[in-house]
Design a protein around this ligand. Structure first.
Ligand SMILES: *[C@@H]1O[C@H](CO)[C@@H](O)[C@H](O)[C@H]1NC(C)=O
Ligand SMILES: *[C@@H]1O[C@H](CO)[C@@H](O)[C@H](O)[C@H]1NC(C)=O
Length: 466
């Protein structure tokens, strides 16, 4: 038995460690050897008086797409560096930059512990006390993982995921404020109220999710109150499925701007949630709306969407790094969301640390170990072991447990939908950010990363405190 247990642990630890290693390789490496520039593809921002379609008629390169809503621009491919340099002399051109790759903020690949796995951890904890020690809080020493495994409260036949309980979601009703999921696609899934779909993947009009990530994100924000499955923060809120990342989780700045164009042009959604990263450039740190020293196309497009009234939540990223080094999470106009490790849906740090055995996420009610953080992080929301909708052909139940800041950001998007429903659609992005990041309750009990209790250095999402 003893030799069997470590093997079972490896089943989970290895993919987790490997998973996080891959993340830092792809994000960190993207500044060096990893190609983060789309070869020969450029985003050309035009002056406001230029019409992108007319302008393009006279320029070099092949048009990938026109942008006229989030920004006035054209994405061109098959354009050499020399040809791109020449465009700067065009009187209609404001700014030319290489198109960049954007990548999913990788979620933890660990799935929910099966009962046999939980039992294995229980025994393992006895065999290897050190494993537990690192995370242990005095008030639950001696209690087994199985005894402390999270309860799954039900309401009207639906699972209430721990995150929904933790943020005090309304748990019922039909919310009307739309949320656009800019991700790998959404569904189809019977627990989600998808009202429009659009693909920004070149040459691929299919909008269904072939990755699972976008479907999971959508369920956290808005799974319906319908008597089965799970319930989201803003149950039944209309979802706009805007596919900007392919099934491997990769897209471009151009596909992002295409998604923002779709949302802004159709006045579709007052709220966007997204969880990807691009390799930052110095221009990303420049402020928006300064034509003489312009910021990047991605930053300007996001600013324009926010100026059009769209509340945007962004996953902070899972590198355990300062969020200031990650875009778009570092942009001040959006709400950047880090991951709270919460295992029981309650404040107070009382739950056993199921996740340390699996993914090293840290004690209950702490900043998740791999969440990005730092002074420009707007807030925290639950992001570890979150149950939500998943693509049906990759999960027999249609539900899956996933972890990461990708799971935290949609909690805040759902909360923004609840706020807009209560306060009216005129609630501006800045006012929503102010309300969400300044909870009126005193800080809920929170354990720091290394286990000493204290007030959270970051606001924690709680709809009862707004
Ligand atoms: C770029 O050139 C290649 C090869 O000629 C062509 O297949 C591709 O369609 C061009 N791209 C666009 C967007 O037209
Ligand atoms: C997740 O929710 C689904 C739908 O209610 C449920 O069938 C499943 O058991 C839940 N998974 C976990 C690990 O709680």
């Amino acid at each position: 038995m003893a030799s069997f247990l470590p093997a079972r642990l490896a089943v989970c630890l290895l993919p987790c460690l490997l998973g996080s290693g891959l993340v830092s390789a792809s994000i960190g490496g993207s500044r060096g050897s990893h190609p983060h520039i789309v070869p020969n593809q450029w985003v050309v921002l035009l002056k406001s008086e230029a019409d992108p379609q007319e302008w393009q008629a006279s320029s070099a390169g092949d048009t990938v797409r026109y942008h006229s809503d989030a920004v006035n621009a054209v994405t061109l491919s098959n354009l050499t560096q020399g040809q791109a340099d020449q465009l700067w002399e065009d009187p209609m051109v404001q700014h030319v930059e290489p198109d960049r790759t954007i990548r999913l903020t990788r979620s933890d690949p660990c799935e929910s512990a099966s009962p046999s796995l939980t039992a294995a951890y229980t025994q393992l904890a006895d065999l290897v006390p050190d494993l537990e020690l690192a995370a242990e809080q005095p008030h639950h020493s001696g209690r087994s993982l199985a005894q402390m495994s999270p309860l799954q409260p039900m309401i009207s036949g639906q699972t209430v995921p721990t995150g929904i309980q933790r943020v005090n979601g309304p748990l019922k009703g039909m919310f009307l404020q739309p949320i656009a999921i800019l991700d790998t696609g959404v569904g189809p899934h019977p627990d989600l109220n998808v009202v429009s779909e659009h693909s920004c993947i070149d040459g691929k009009p299919l909008t269904t999710d072939q990755n699972g990530h976008g479907t999971h994100v959508a369920g956290i924000a808005a799974a319906s109150d319908n008597g089965y499955g799970v319930i989201g923060v803003a149950p039944g809120a209309p979802i706009h499925n805007v596919k900007i990342l392919d099934f491997t989780g990769v897209g471009t700045v151009s596909s992002l701007i295409c998604g923002l164009d779709y949302v802004v042009a159709n006045n579709l959604a007052g709220i966007i949630t997204m969880s990807f990263e691009a390799a930052p450039t110095p221009a990303d740190a420049l402020p928006c709306d300064n034509p003489s020293n312009p910021t990047t196309a991605m930053h300007q497009a996001i600013c324009n969407a926010v100026n059009a009234g769209v509340i945007i939540t962004v996953a902070a990223g899972n590198e355990g790094d300062d969020v200031a080094n990650h875009v778009p999470a570092a942009y001040p106009e959006i709400i950047s969301v880090g991951s709270l490790a919460d295992y029981d849906g309650l404040p107070g740090g009382l739950a056993q640390d199921l996740s340390t055995a699996r993914c090293g996420s840290g004690p209950d009610d702490s900043l998740a170990a791999n969440s990005n953080h730092g002074s420009s992080l707007s807030m925290l929301a639950p992001g570890i072991c979150i149950n939500s909708t998943y693509i049906i052909d990759q999960s027999p139940t249609g539900y899956m447990v996933m972890s990461g800041t990708s799971m935290a950001a949609p909690h805040v998007a759902g909360a923004a939908a609840v706020l807009r429903q209560q306060q009216g659609v005129s609630l501006t992005p800045a006012a929503a950010k102010q309300l969400l990041t300044h909870p009126t309750c005193s800080p809920s009990a929170y354990q720091t990363l290394f286990g000493s209790p204290g007030p959270s250095p970051f606001p924690i999402l709680d709809l009862h405190c707004i």
